[in-house]
Design a protein around this ligand. Structure first.
Ligand SMILES: [Zn+2]
Length: 211
């Protein structure tokens, strides 16, 4: 999507403000202010979960077609009010935020020219959250396949920076660091998902040149 560089620069320029102990409120407020000039359709929020440990976080998102807003959700522990972002966590933080913004931007593009149908908001947890049937339905959606293909293309370049990305793609069955592909593999284990896989890998192939 050509957005990585811009997003990463924005975060790196503001690293000081986001490092160390930052309260959940300050984290979303600061991220909102950092991105307010570059994307007016982007909002950050922290959402507390009891099953997350203190200092653990996961980045999820959602796109609200009715307001044309993308939400980047920091799923954080209900047992704390602040997050500790240490130096060694920074590059993962930047990658996760950048990947989620782009995933939601793809949904925004998909819905931009479609009539609005109120079918509720769909959360992107990007981790196993629902029942296996819910996860299978979620990952079979063509919009999700396209957005996850972008996630996988980003992961190929991020986790295998010194390898030819097309070679990584052709040997994807043996690659262990690609979380989004593993999510698909795990979710569809034991059933025939060849049509979904074909579309997913074809779309990933197309995205590789553009991430
Ligand atoms: Zn999605």
């Amino acid at each position: 999507m050509y957005l990585s560089q811009k997003i990463e620069k924005n975060l790196n320029d503001n690293r000081q403000k986001l490092s160390g102990y930052v309260s959940y409120r300050a984290l979303s407020r600061r991220l909102n202010s950092i991105f307010k000039d570059t994307d007016q359709h982007l909002k950050f929020k922290c959402v507390k979960y009891e099953d997350l440990d203190v200092d653990q976080y996961m980045v999820g998102g959602l796109y609200d077609q009715s307001t044309n807003m993308k939400y980047i959700l920091f799923n954080v522990s209900a047992y704390s009010d602040e997050l500790l972002l240490e130096d060694w966590m920074w590059s993962d933080f930047v990658f996760n935020v950048s990947q989620t913004i782009q995933h939601e931007t793809i949904h925004q593009d998909q819905f931009q020219h479609r009539p609005y149908i109120d079918d509720g908001l769909k959360l992107d947890f990007r981790i196993l959250k629902g029942t296996i049937d819910e996860d299978r339905e979620y990952l079979s959606d063509v919009d999700e396949i396209d957005a996850y293909a972008h996630d996988i293309a980003m992961e190929i370049k991020h986790f295998y920076p010194h390898m030819d990305p097309f070679h990584v793609l052709s040997t994807i069955a043996y690659k262990r660091k690609l979380g989004s592909y593993s999510y698909y593999k795990k979710t569809f284990k034991g059933c025939d998902w060849s049509r979904i896989k074909k579309r997913l890998l074809l779309k990933t192939y197309k995205w590789i040149a553009n991430v």
